[in-house]
Design a protein around this ligand. Structure first.
Ligand SMILES: [Zn+2]
Length: 81
């Protein structure tokens, strides 16, 4: 696993700690493993008429969240640098 390095590029230390916790319990850090958002932002609700968590696409699993993060990172490629 080489997750730590890429996370540090865009997450601060506090969020990283949260991620570690979610990772250990295999829960999506955005929805806390629930698979949906109680208060979705306006941006998300424009793209979808469900409350499914966009981070994990409703599965609530950390592994799925990581996969989706990686996918987004590739599409946005190197904008951060
Ligand atoms: Zn989620």
């Amino acid at each position: 696993m080489s997750l730590g390095k890429s996370f540090n590029q865009w997450k601060n230390a506090r969020e990283h700690k949260h991620l570690e916790k979610m990772k250990r319990s295999n829960r999506c850090p955005e929805c806390y493993g629930q698979g949906f958002l109680l208060y979705p932002s306006l941006m998300y609700s424009l793209h979808s008429d469900t409350l499914f968590c966009p981070g994990c696409e409703g599965s609530g699993r950390f592994n799925d969240w990581v996969t989706i993060q990686e996918r987004e990172k590739h599409t946005e490629d190197e904008q951060v640098e």
